[in-house]
Ligand binder design. Structure first.
Ligand code: UGA
Length: 438
């Protein structure tokens, strides 16, 4: 394998993981970011996101001289090892007005680097961007001698390094076959199945996959509700479904709704794209609506558990919340369904004390204003009329549930992730509500 000189623009989740992992595969990588202080920290090997294995990989890359950090895109494409042969764009594409992806960062970088790229260089778009953006980026660059390739990433937060180094597939899309092959070759050591296609199809794969995952979850959450009404058990149902290899066991856990920085943004963007293509994507609309409804359903569950009635008031009722991040194993609270449910409980008048292993005590940012973020599960439970589990942190299973039962004023648990064994809770004195369980 040839070691390539690679530049990565943007050191967020995707960029930093891409840079560190490509360096671990033997390439010479220079990562550029506009945040000078962050670059300083990264140079010292300090990684400020919670991602297993990432800090170690960054440290190894720096020590081996294969991973550098510089300020700005221009410095990154003209790195210390010489001009980049491949430039990865890993800048944010947040949800803009009306669910349309905001591409201003992609545009700004394209303008900044267009005259600096070495002839024959390949620019790779790794950010999730609407179909057609790769071609548009090529126009923005205005360089006939530079190919632009779409190479979407499929990393999950919390297992990004593992996912990068053990991918289910590599997808590379470009109108110029040789450029696509050069990008695919960067990953050759991983031995993954590779799909070579045009750029629009590669961009579509990413949206299609995330929307499908969202649909799977909305389906499971609906099934859990139906199980409750029919007296069936969702755990047994999904296990039975999952043995069918066409379905698979993963991504079948019901919860308070799907969230995070990707699924909500990508489903909305796909809906926008469908609308503008004059296609009514009803299945996707229903997937999103089901998810919105799921959050309210969790509040209804709490209401029934605490007040004994569907119309009872939660005003002034003290409720303990366990889990705020959008899933376990991350410190990311962006678009967290757990916080959305907590916010709805607040709106209904409940007084909330919340504990999450990765959210600092007293936090008020990101939708946490009005929620008392405390430093332990016992503190969240103190005087509460119910405990609501909103994120599936495995350590919650190991809590001293008898002590928690004593701390609460009424021993009620609403487990929106089906995380805990109801028998353990019952033995500790709790009345337990979960999703779609017998
Ligand atoms: C998602 C995709 O899984 C990745 O493949 C993709 O690369 C990434 O988006 C992206 O576009 O960058 P991520 O946002 O890290 O990854 O989170 P997921 O693990 O997919 O979880 C999304 C949401 O679904 C979370 O709120 C999670 O709690 C929920 N979920 C997941 C469930 O409720 N049940 C499950 O069985 C699985």
């Amino acid at each position: 394998m040839f070691a390539r000189r690679i530049s990565v623009i943007g050191t967020g989740y995707v960029g930093l993981t891409t840079g560190a992992c490509l360096a671990s595969l033997g390439h010479l990588v220079t990562c550029g970011d506009i945040d000078a202080e962050k670059v300083e920290r990264l140079r010292r090997g300090e990684v400020d996101i919670l991602e297993p294995g990432l800090a170690e990989l960054v440290g190894e890359g720096i020590a081996a001289g294969r991973l550098n950090f510089v300020v700005g895109a221009a410095n990154a494409v003209q790195g210390p090892d010489g001009d980049a042969e491949v430039v990865f764009l890993c800048v944010p594409t947040p949800m803009g007005v009306g669910g349309v992806a905001d591409l201003s960062a992609v545009r700004a970088v394209a303008r900044e680097i267009s005259s600096l790229l070495a002839p024959g260089c390949v620019v790779v778009n790794k950010s999730t961007v609407p179909v057609g953006t790769t071609r548009h980026t090529s126009e923005l660059l205005g360089r006939d001698d530079v190919a632009v390739v779409s190479n979407p990433e499929f990393l999950r937060e919390g297992s990004a390094v593992q996912d990068f180094l053990n991918p289910d597939r590599i997808v590379v899309g470009c109108e110029q076959q040789d450029a696509a092959e050069r990008v695919a070759a960067l990953y050759s050591r991983l031995g993954a199945s590779t799909v070579l296609t045009d750029s629009a199809s590669a961009e579509m794969v990413k949206y299609a996959a995330n929307c499908f995952l969202a649909m799977k979850l909305s389906y499971v959450n609906s099934l859990a509700e139906l199980c409750e009404r029919l007296g069936a058990d969702i755990g047994d149902v999904t296990e039975g479904m999952g043995y069918d290899r066409r379905i698979g066991q993963s991504f079948l856990s019901p919860g308070p709704g799907w969230g995070g920085s990707c699924l909500p943004k990508d489903t909305e963007a796909m809906l926008q794209v469908s609308d503008s293509a004059d296609f009514e994507f009803r299945l996707l609309r229903a997937t999103i609506d089901t998810n919105t409804r799921q959050r309210q359903r969790m509040v209804d569950k709490v209401r029934v558990a605490v007040t004994g009635s569907r119309t009872g008031s939660l005003s002034g009722r003290r409720i303990g919340v366990l889990g705020l991040t959008f899933k376990a194993g991350t410190d990311d609270i962006r678009d967290s369904p757990s916080i959305a449910v907590a916010a709805l409980l607040r709106q209904a008048g409940a007084e909330l004390a919340a504990y999450d292993p990765s959210v600092p005590t007293g936090s008020t940012h990101g939708g946490l204003a009005g929620i008392d973020v405390v430093d332990s599960a016992v503190a969240a439970a103190k005087g509460a009329e119910a405990l609501v589990i909103l994120t599936e942190w495995p350590e919650f299973r190991l809590l001293d549930w008898s002590a928690l039962a004593e701390a609460t004023s009424r021993a009620i648990v609403i487990d929106t992730r089906n995380l805990l064994d109801p028998d353990v809770l019952r033995r500790a004195g709790f009345t337990c509500y979960s999703l779609g369980r017998r």
